[in-house]
Design a protein around this ligand. Structure first.
Ligand code: GLA
Length: 396
C-alpha cells in the first residue's frame, strides 16, 4: 500500500468522504475507457447477474455499464425452473434468449443458474394427483409425492431441453444450488426427500450427458463454514467416483460489511481446501450488506416493524463512514481473491447497481440497501475504486 493511500485511510470519516467523492468523480471519467474486466484480465473473469427486468426492458443505460465493466454474465432468475419452465411442457425462453444475444454481442462468458434448487421451482413438480374410484363408483382425487422415477424423468427432460437449447453459448452451469445446510447435512428439500442422497449424482450426470464439454459447478452460500465445505467436497468426490466429472464449486459470497462475517481467514481456508481437492473456485454472487440482520423478520415489510428505523437506517444516502467501511471490505476481499487467483476462475457480483439488488427486498421488503459497486444513479461508488485501484494505476 502506498504512503499516500495509507495516510488517506487514516483520515477522519468526513475528510475521507469528501476526498472520495472528488476521487470518484475524477476516476468516473476514466472508467469509461477501462472496465473492471480489463483491469483484472490476468486474474479472473469479472461478472455480474442480469435480471429479467433488465433483459426484458432492454435497459440500455445499465447494459452499457455491464458491457464496459464485465466479461461474464449470469442469469439472475431467467433460468430458474419456475421462470423458464413454469408448467410441464410450458417454456419461457425469451428472457434467456435475450441474455444469450447480449452475451454473444459482447463476447462474454455466460453462466446458467440453476438446474436444481429447492426454491423458485414449481410445487407441482413434487406432487402428483391420484384419481381413485371408490366402491360407490365415485371418483376422488388426492395429492401424493411424485415418485422418484417421475421426478428424475422431469429433471432429465428439463436439463436436456435447457442445455440443448443453450449449450452453444452457455458454458458454465450452476447445476445444483444450496443442497446442504450450514452444518453439512443434506437439506431436507423435496429433491432430497424424493430422490435421496444420489440427487447430486443424477443432476450432474444429466447435465454432463447433455453438454459434455461444459464447466459444471455446485453453488452454495456459507461455503466458508468448515462443516459445509467439507461436506460439499465429500459429496462431490462421491459423484466423481461414479464417473461424473464436476469442475468446480461456486461460493456465493453474500457477505456482511462486518470483517468477521465471514472472516477472510475462513474464506481463505475454504478456497484453499476446495482447490486442494481439485475443484476450481468461482465466486458466484458477491455482494456486501451494510444493513442490520433482519432474517428473524423474513417475509415482512420493514414498515410493519416497530424497529423499522434501526432495520433500515440509510433511507436517503449511505453515510461516509459506512461507505468507507464498505470500500475497505470490498478491497480486502479482492486482495484475498487476487492472492488466490490461481484457484479462482471468476468473481461475479449479484447485480450491478444498488437499486436492482435482491437485498432491497429480502429478507424483508422495503429497505434501501447498498451492496454493490454502482449507486442508484448508476455511478461508480468509492467501493468500485477501492477494488479497481488494486490493479489499476492510481489517478495522478
Ligand atoms: C440465492 C440464489 C440466487 C438468488 C439469491 C437471492 O443466492 O442462488 O439465485 O435468488 O439467493 O435472490
Amino acid at each position: 500500500m502506498s504512503t499516500n493511500r495509507r495516510q488517506f485511510m487514516l483520515q477522519g470519516a468526513a475528510a475521507a468522504a469528501s476526498l472520495m467523492s472528488i476521487n470518484s468523480f475524477a476516476k468516473a471519467q476514466q472508467s469509461v475507457q477501462t472496465g473492471l474486466a480489463e483491469v483484472f484480465r490476468q486474474d479472473f473473469q469479472i461478472g455480474t447477474a442480469l435480471s429479467n427486468k433488465t433483459l426484458v426492458e432492454n435497459d440500455s443505460a445499465l447494459l452499457s455499464i455491464v458491457a464496459r465493466e464485465f466479461n461474464a454474465i449470469t442469469t439472475e432468475n431467467a433460468l430458474k425452473w419456475s421462470e423458464i419452465h413454469p408448467e410441464p411442457g410450458v417454456w419461457n425462453f425469451a428472457p434467456v434468449d435475450n441474455f444469450v444475444e447480449f452475451g454473444r454481442a459482447h463476447n462474454m462468458q455466460m453462466v446458467g443458474h440453476t438446474l436444481m434448487w429447492h426454491r423458485q421451482t414449481p410445487a407441482q413438480l413434487f406432487s402428483e394427483t391420484i384419481q381413485q374410484v371408490d366402491h360407490c363408483n365415485s371418483c376422488h382425487s388426492y395429492q401424493k409425492a411424485t415418485s422418484k422415477k417421475a421426478l428424475l424423468s422431469a429433471l432429465e427432460t428439463h436439463t436436456t431441453t435447457v442445455l440443448d437449447r443453450y449449450k452453444k453459448d452457455i458454458y458454465t452451469w450452476d447445476v445444483a444450488n444450496e443442497v446442504f445446510e450450514d452444518d453439512g447435512q443434506w437439506r431436507e428439500s423435496e429433491w432430497y426427500k424424493i430422490i435421496g442422497s444420489n440427487m447430486l449424482e443424477y443432476a450432474f450426470r444429466f447435465a454432463r450427458e447433455a453438454h459434455p464439454k461444459s464447466c459444471l459447478i455446485y453453488n452454495d452460500y456459507h461455503v466458508e463454514k468448515p462443516k459445509k465445505y467439507a461436506s460439499i467436497i465429500e459429496k462431490l468426490d462421491a459423484v466423481q467416483k461414479k464417473g461424473v466429472k464436476v469442475d468446480g464449486v461456486g461460493i456465493q459470497c453474500h457477505i456482511k460489511v462486518d470483517q468477521n462475517s465471514p472472516s477472510l481467514k475462513d474464506l481463505e481456508t475454504a478456497i484453499v481446501a476446495l482447490s486442494q481437492s481439485g475443484y476450481r473456485v468461482h465466486i458466484t454472487e458477491l455482494d456486501i450488506d451494510v444493513l442490520p440482520n433482519a432474517w428473524e423478520h423474513k417475509g415482512r415489510h420493514v414498515n410493519e416493524l416497530t424497529d423499522k428505523n434501526e432495520l433500515n437506517p440509510y433511507t436517503n444516502a449511505l453515510p461516509p463512514s459506512i461507505s468507507q467501511q464498505l470500500s475497505e471490505r470490498y478491497r480486502s476481499v479482492f486482495e484475498l481473491f487476487i492472492k488466490h487467483r490461481d484457484k479462482i476462475d471468476r468473481v461475479s457480483f449479484w447485480g450491478t447497481t444498488d437499486d436492482e439488488s435482491w437485498k432491497n427486498g429480502l429478507p424483508i421488503a422495503g429497505r434501501t440497501s447498498y451492496p454493490l459497486l454502482f449507486d442508484r444513479k448508476k455511478q461508480p461508488k468509492p467501493a468500485y475504486f477501492a477494488v479497481k485501484n488494486l490493479r489499476a494505476a492510481p489517478t495522478p
